[in-house]
Design a protein around this ligand. Sequence first.
Ligand SMILES: [Cu+2]
Ligand SMILES: [Zn+2]
Length: 185
Amino acid sequence: MKKVILASALLCGSALAMTGCQSTEGQLKTGNPLNQPVLKSALKTTDANKTEVGQVFLRPVDGGVQVYGKLMNLTPGQTVALHIHETGSCDVMGKAAGGHFNPDKKPHSNPDDMNGHAGDLPNLTANENGVATINYVNKKIAATEAGKYSVNRLAFIVHGGTDDYTSQPAGNAGDRIACGIIEKN
Ligand SMILES: [Cu+2]
Ligand SMILES: [Zn+2]
């Protein structure tokens, strides 16, 4: 629990605009299970250095799952794609993570398209310090331990390029530069 509060406080301190941040700490202290991040992922570069580049958390909210956190060490101004991939492995420069999480056999699309991959997420743009934040409610996944839409034990992949939200099967987003397995918080 202590770890959760620390991590949330860090995130909120660095990205004040994120919804839920103001009240997160208090709710965690009162133990409201709906507001706790139930899943998390530490992302590292896929090269041999395995440099940590950020953390992403997931928690159930009204209408979906809030995916929030930040990535560091990007090139300032760089726009990168982030997805949830179907296999919880970061081996072989991230290739072992397979394709986008797609439990309903839909085409790749923009993340708000309910007829697209469940694992699709918005592109992120790094600020002047090379930091990019994500705060997005995904309506097609579940922050549960198991089940058809659960993303537990799947993987986040950061690509070196931008998702065009159109090209099949993965938005032509480029190399897999960072990866993190999603696990219980
Ligand atoms: Cu991807
Ligand atoms: Zn996709």
